[in-house]
Design a protein around this ligand. Structure first.
Ligand code: AMP
Ligand code: ZN
Length: 136
């Protein structure tokens, strides 16, 4: 993808503060961190989102996540880490090249990643589960 900034960063065509690199991913510091130490793992291959990620690439990419989470936690002394990945504008995705966030969290911090728990009517969750199952 000629115009994709994350392709250029992932390939090393644009310099970045890289914390890890292998054949499949480059992990860099996020330029607009939710918290100090916020890192993002970029796929080296251009894939816009998780829907278009094939299982083999997914296995390679996501297998890197535990060691990045451990390193970010150890370095920042975070009380917790959010590992998250946005797909589609409605989810908050702004760069349409697959990436995974590692956001250090501290007790009482003001980072906003969360939701107000909703609720289901009787049988609604089970019905939805059946519908989702059919689409797998
Ligand atoms: P998302 O909203 O999930 O698509 O996340 C995109 C993330 O990429 C944001 O947290 C941005 O701060 C970050 N970002 C955008 N451009 C750059 C860049 N050139 N270098 C590092 N991080 C970037
Ligand atoms: Zn790309």
């Amino acid at each position: 993808m000629a115009d994709c900034i994350f392709c250029k960063i992932a390939k090393g065509e644009i310099p970045s503060a890289t914390v890890f690199e292998n054949d499949d991913v480059r992990v860099i510091m996020d330029i607009g961190p939710a918290a100090k130490g916020h890192a993002i793992m970029l796929a080296k291959k251009h894939v816009p989102n998780i829907y278009e990620l094939d299982p083999e690439d997914a296995a390679k990419i996501f297998s890197v996540a535990p060691k990045i989470a451990r390193a970010v936690q150890k370095t920042t002394g975070a009380d917790g880490i959010n590992v998250l990945q946005n797909n589609g504008e409605a989810s908050g995705q702004t760069v349409f090249h697959l990436h995974v966030h590692f956001i250090p969290r501290f007790k009482g911090d003001s980072v906003q990643v969360g939701w107000k728990p909703g609720e289901y009517a009787d049988g609604e969750a089970a019905k939805l589960a059946e519908e989702i199952k059919k689409n797998i």
